[in-house]
Design a protein around this ligand. Structure first.
Ligand SMILES: Nc1nc2c(ncn2[C@@H]2O[C@H](COP(=O)(O)OP(=O)(O)O)[C@@H](O)[C@H]2O)c(=O)[nH]1
Ligand SMILES: [Mg+2]
Length: 414
């Protein structure tokens, strides 16, 4: 528990922060930090999934929420749409993010504008227009109308696994070439249907690691503003080391804001130690970090049912941090006692250079320094554990231990 982050790393980070503070008054920065944290907490993200019936909308809604099609609360799949209402599905861990299952556009004589009004287009941050066969003039008219309403849209081709599977039968099969052919096919189809700037993302909702889903995710990230990007990143499925790294970078950006706020509010001594900190901020943030990285009981259960592995097997990969619901003041205290900083030096030593800047405002830097150090090392631990969980989740199932052979006539007792 409590991986060591080196003194150099902390010094380096604090150096950058000192530079930023030199140009502003600290109390202004703290005020702004509080505002930013509140904004972040309350930011909503609403994603609209549209396309004709059967194209894979509900399946994508579930996959984006990290769910299988069969669990409670999942959008029903494989059914014919009967309503013209949009249905919102909040993300199970971060309910401020909602994925909306929109009804199909309907008959060819539909009016895009009318459709968008009916589904309350203002509500959505962007649209994904799905197709599994070909895009139609309707799709393009809808896309134009979305543009007219100052919203973004993305053309997404679903069920690409099926096309790849059928191409696999050819002797000269090459996956990259096959995907390129499919992309070209869809772009030509879009151009023919009237799209000026055809661009498509090929996906399979059953395996986000494949095809263009990672690229789609990055594109969305780039297109969103800072607050919405943060909301998107927190809910991104933990597919790869790269995604974990992006999550870590996003969380890291918050640490000194949180530490400043922690330094400015009341502090509580850590029992038996000469250190003070704001437990509320520490415990709350650590729980949030765990949730972002899928280290909470609900997320582990969902992952277990998706990959068909027992929860305890996945949980056993969490060695340095903890699952979210076990993070308490006692846990934080234990973590601090075992941390390298606690053993080898006082926090004041690391933060010595910053006492002139911070000490004058906080009347001491204990809470600021403890929060900063604890969150930084905990984030390292969480990322490492999440990578271990990912490795176990994606590993081929280990072969069962060899069974003892029973002699004829011997009773097998369970
Ligand atoms: N092979 C494959 N089938 C899919 C995929 N996504 C959805 N499906 C299947 O396509 C059918 C229709 O999906 P659904 O999500 O209900 O479509 P909707 O009517 O647009 O909501 C279901 O049988 C799904 O299991 C995919 O990525 N690959
Ligand atoms: Mg559906």
């Amino acid at each position: 528990m409590g991986s060591a982050i080196s003194q150099e790393i902390v010094r380096d980070e604090l150096g950058k922060m000192k530079e930023a503070l030199d140009n502003n008054s600290l109390s202004d920065v703290i005020k702004q930090s509080n505002i930013n944290l509140n904004l972040l907490k309350n930011t909503t993200l609403d994603v609209a999934i549209t396309g004709v019936s059967g194209v894979g909308k509900s399946s994508l809604v579930n996959a984006l929420r990290g769910m299988t099609d069969f669990e409670e609360g999942a959008a029903e799949t494989g059914t014919v749409e009967t309503t013209m209402n949009a249905k919102g599905y909040p993300h199970p861990t971060f309910p401020k993010v909602t994925i909306w299952d929109l009804p199909g556009i309907g008959t060819p004589c539909f009016k895009a504008e009318e459709y968008l009004r009916k589904v309350n287009f203002e509500r959505y941050d962007f649209f994904m227009i799905l197709s599994s066969e070909r895009f139609t003039t309707n799709d393009i008219l809808l896309a134009r109308e979305i543009c007219n309403m100052n919203k973004k849209f993305y053309y997404v081709c679903t069920k690409v696994d099926r096309r790849v599977k059928s191409a696999r039968r050819q002797q000269s099969f090459n996956e990259e070439r096959t995907l390129e052919t499919i992309r070209k096919y869809y772009c030509a189809n879009l151009a023919k249907a009237g799209e000026f700037w055809p661009r498509v993302f090929l996906i399979c909702s059953w395996d986000f690691n494949k095809y263009d889903f990672p690229l789609l995710q990055k594109t969305l990230e780039n297109d969103l503003d800072d607050l919405k990007r943060y909301a998107l990143i927190t809910t991104m499925p933990n597919l790869s080391r790269e995604v974990l790294k992006r999550k870590k970078d996003a969380m890291e950006g918050l640490i000194w804001t949180l530490s400043l706020v922690s330094g400015a509010v009341g502090v509580i001594p850590i029992p038996g130690l000469s250190t003070v900190c704001d437990f509320g901020i520490l415990v709350g943030t650590m729980i949030d970090f765990c949730k972002v990285f899928g280290l909470d009981e609900d997320s582990l259960h969902r992952l277990a049912s998706r990959v068909g592995k027992p929860v305890p097997v996945l949980r056993s990969a969490i060695k340095k941090s903890e699952v979210a619901n076990r993070i308490t003041r006692e846990f934080v205290t234990r973590l601090w006692r075992r941390s390298t900083v606690c053993r080898t030096m006082t926090t004041a030593e690391i933060f010595l250079d910053f006492i002139p800047v911070l000490g004058s405002v906080f009347g001491g830097i204990g809470s600021f320094a403890t929060t900063f150090y604890m969150l930084k090392s905990f984030l390292n631990d969480v990322e490492e554990d999440a990578a271990n969980v990912l490795a176990i989740a994606t590993a081929p199932y280990p072969s069962l231990p060899p069974q003892r052979k029973f002699r004829r006539g011997e009773l097998k007792v369970n």
